[in-house]
Write a protein that binds this ligand. Sequence first.
Ligand code: ZN
Length: 313
Amino acid sequence: MDRIIKLKPVFQERIWGGTNLNSYFGYELPSENTGECWAISAHKNGDCEIVNTEYKGKTLSWLYKNHRELFGNISNDEFPLLVKLIDAKDNLSIQVHPDDNYAKDIEGEAFGKTEAWYIVDCNEDTLLEIGHNGETKEQVKKMIEDGKWDELLNYIPIKKGDFFFIPSGTVHAICKNTLIYEIQQSSDITYRLYDYNRVDSKTGKERELHTKKSIDVIKVPQKIDETIKPKMEVINNSKVTIYADTEYFKTIKYDIDGSFEIMNKAPFMLCTILDGEATINEEKFLKGDNFIVPTQLKEIKIFGKITIIVSTL
Ligand code: ZN
């Protein structure tokens, strides 16, 4: 099959979520507290449905299982990546994710969670929590046990267009007034370290913390002060920005004005249109559309004015 595969997102309600996924991307949301759009996902907690081609109505996990040839016949038992759009109206909990080994041994899951964020939009005074100020594991443990969050946590100011790489074991939190594109390993394991003692209005209780597992997986030291410096080039009026080239995923943003061809050299490409509209291989695409380019489709021909972000293995 050599067609673009379009997907229907799965939305997730979160206590910190809002309505920006509607106001920015135009999605119809299930709730006023929609935190996450699982835009390209085959994870069991939010498996996207295919909306075109002969596979219309099937899920991405089904397609991956039954037509591995569309994904370059890669050997992973489960689809390895997950693309999300996240609207933080309020602060997310301070959290950390395990690596592959810990996820397999302790949780019986296929993948740990290394992730990366492109800041789609944020307020002028928005912060991000990334890394920590502890110098040894003992010191980190003590600060957690004593609740010395101001000393432990490391906040930095962010702006639209910044990109952050969050390897497993990194303490992090998206803070309020941030809209994010996230590429991550296909995992839903989050260890909540601190939730500001906030009470979930639905349950009347604080959400569960995972202090021991958090301390297990936190890497030390972890001083992180700035955004990734991407590689950029301008080709035919269009800007190509390479943000991530890691063992887990590669992420490139294309700001296209006019016509442009993206060559597909990966097993598959995961594409999200962040802005504008365009014709891609003679079909119309809009801001908020998400699709997969299968192995067999070796290039996509774009004509229009769009910002498209592409992640691959
Ligand atoms: Zn995370």
